[in-house]
Design a protein around this ligand. Structure first.
Ligand code: MF3
Ligand code: CO
Length: 255
């Protein structure tokens, strides 16, 4: 089947994923009050090009009535959940949180990852939001092995998030990745153990919990890209590209 990757492809995805993680770390190190989201995007793009990669989000069309995504990085501040567009006019402030989502094509293969970080000093509720979302991603990742179901990931993420009082966004989900930015199967952050597609050795998926401090309802902003919480509460997003192995999982987008 098309979405099974060979050992050689997984090695190349690992190489690209490691480079992508190093790039995102440098972008994160640049986050501070006074920096614009456009500056972060420019840095991300130049670092991707410097390793011989291509920014995979730039020019990407989501099937449907969208304009192509105009940047190399998604920058989503506070109540913005995902797909915020970098701008010269968006200046980071002390106490903000910002989601940074980045994708690269490298040796013809695609990896995808995201983190959410604080700008300067953030309040306790935001610290909790970031910690629980990052941990929810880990809860999902440890479910992965050949023979497990997509629903095992979904339920683990949802249970951990809701046990900690956070909302789980329904409209947006994780996905297969590797030969394209988005492939099958969808990987929801809500669902039930045993349901959904069975994971097989060589599948590569992006797991990406999007959690909210308040209600989980989201709305699409007039720019046609930025998803925001309906109630204005803050949201966080963490993402890794992982490969399914015979007895477990290999995280491809880490240093
Ligand atoms: N991590 C994002 C997602 O899976 C990557 C797509 S952003 C886009 O939705 F701009 F390229 F659409
Ligand atoms: Co993704």
């Amino acid at each position: 089947m098309a979405f099974i990757k060979s050992k050689k492809e997984i090695e190349a995805l690992r190489e690209g994923g490691q480079k992508l993680a190093e790039i995102l770390r440098k972008v994160v190190e640049t986050v501070k009050p006074g920096v614009t989201t456009k500056e972060l995007d420019r840095l991300a793009e130049s670092l991707i090009l410097s390793v011989g990669g291509t920014p995979s989000f730039k020019g990407y069309h989501i099937p449907g009535a969208h304009t192509p995504y105009p940047a190399s990085l998604c920058t989503s501040i506070n109540d913005e959940v995902v797909h915020g567009i970098p701008s010269e006019k968006r200046v980071l402030k002390d106490g903000d949180i910002i989601g940074l989502d980045i994708g690269m094509k490298y040796k013809r293969l695609y990896t995808d990852m995201a983190v959410t970080v604080g700008v300067g000093a953030i309040d306790a509720a935001s610290r909790k939001l970031l910690l629980v979302t990052e941990h929810a991603l880990a809860e999902g990742i440890v479910q992965v092995r050949a023979g497990a179901h997509v629903g095992d990931i979904s339920e683990a993420v949802q249970t951990y998030a809701e046990d900690h009082g956070l909302g789980v966004v329904r409209e947006l989900v994780g996905h297969g990745v590797g030969h394209a930015v988005h492939e099958n199967p969808p990987i929801p952050n809500f669902g039930s153990r045993g349901q959904g597609e069975k994971l097989r050795e060589g599948m590569v998926i992006a797991i990406e919990p999007m959690l909210t401090a308040g209600d989980y309802a989201v709305v699409l902003a007039p720019d046609d890209w930025t998803w925001k919480t309906k109630d204005g509460s803050r949201a966080a997003h963490f993402e890794h590209t992982v490969a399914v192995t015979k007895d477990g999982v290999r995280v491809l987008t880490k240093i």
